[in-house]
Design a binder for this molecule. Structure first.
Ligand SMILES: [Zn+2]
Length: 70
């Protein structure tokens, strides 16, 4: 598994970020590809600033009963 890291920022990138990123979002340099987890030990896992969208919440709704359909 290919892992990406930015040694200058001491960041490592998870699988999802690896699929979309080619440059470091912090410094803009090309990411370094490493073959094993060892070189990335101690590096901070990159967390995107955008939080994932909130999960849908069930909403109760009052619906008028239509006697003609019952
Ligand atoms: Zn960087």
């Amino acid at each position: 598994m290919t892992r990406l890291s930015c040694p200058d920022c001491r960041l490592r990138f998870g699988k999802a970020a690896t699929a979309t990123l080619t440059t470091c979002p912090e410094c803009g340099q090309d990411l370094e590809s490493v073959g094993s987890a060892e070189p990335t030990l101690g590096l901070r896992l990159f967390a995107p600033a955008d939080s994932p969208p909130a999960l849908p919440i069930a909403v109760a709704a009052a619906v008028p009963i239509r006697p003609e359909l019952a």
